[in-house]
Design a binder for this molecule. Sequence first.
Ligand code: PLP
Length: 397
Amino acid sequence: MDDLIYLDNAATAWPKPENVYQHMVEFYRKCGVNPGRSGYDLAVEAGNILEDLRKRLTNFFGGDEDAPERLCFGYNATDALNLIIFGVLSPGDHVITTNLEHNSVIRPINHLVRDSQVEATYLPFGSDGFVDPNDIKKAIRPNTKLVIVNHGSNVIGTIQPVAEIGAICKEKGVLFAIDSSQTAGVVPINMQKMNIDILAFTGHKALMGCMGIGGFYVRKDVELRQTRAGGTGVDSAYPYHLERYPYRMEFGTPNLVGIASLWAGQDWIDQTGIENIYAHELKLARKLIDGFKNIDGVKLYCCDNLENHLSTISMNIEGMEARNTGTWLDVNHNIATRTGLHCAPLVHKQLGTVDIHGSVRFSIGAFNTEAHVDSAIKAVTEIADWAKKHPEQVKKA
Ligand SMILES: Cc1ncc(COP(=O)(O)O)c(C=O)c1O
């Protein structure tokens, strides 16, 4: 739809840069054979892009330059986080995480707590939306094996102080993992400098790849238990899944067209500049917030200060259920937002928004414009005016 105003980039970045679409089609047409399984030229060429992208992303995330094989590809962040959480924790271990997490962290941990004698601590965030690194320090026990934190909240947009948390984990000898789903591609990350042991990423958000590609980087001195097994394309006579990286954590035919999309996404990020992408998005977020602040009846969550903040803004209109505001924006203004709990139920529990079905999330992306923000402010003004004039009807609207 040409006139759709897409403000749901935290769900998936869309549209993608033009070079991503082009490269996916061209690469898949020219080279869409199974990489690493055969010795003919095309299979080698398909394998090369995979290996080159490992190096490129290792560098992009500040992993160990001499160990690009520890950049492992999978389907998405959920897949990566499952491999990480089930690969690190054993019965008797304790894990520290936060109320900011997505269900892709909460649910695997809860399964282990329920089924495998793992203990978990969920730390709350402050009223400003940030987790206090000192709370993490205090929560560390002798059996704490892992601290895992959502780098950028997909609900309130706050960017957590991962370098400080990493320093604490290093000092205490605890593994530190981050979920970079919302930050990779828009916030610079350096695993070595930030003392991050394991990083999970998804390809389809700010990394500008397509859906169905993601993965993780695991630092050299960290071991992950295999929790799956299958084809690797090499050493087929060996009766078990290979232990060496990247095979150790990759299973079956990779998503080659997804790899091509991430490659082109990296080209686009390099050309545009990660700082410029962030600055553009944040400028629009500031405009959106300033506009919303002038509307009577709008409640904003954790965005008083945009320092260490993504361009993801959650709000509600007094008296309105989030889903009704979202439907109004969609039906009357062709504005796409996401309402509900955003797969992050603990955030909403802490914000006290579960009973009104969460919040309305406006998530700005690289291709949004000032005109999109103006339209969103105008639409919210209209809804808030109506809500004020019809207090008896708002719940039903
Ligand atoms: C913070 C966070 N973690 C994990 C995920 C899961 O990503 P995917 O659906 O690509 O696995 C998302 C997706 O919205 C997210 O926002």
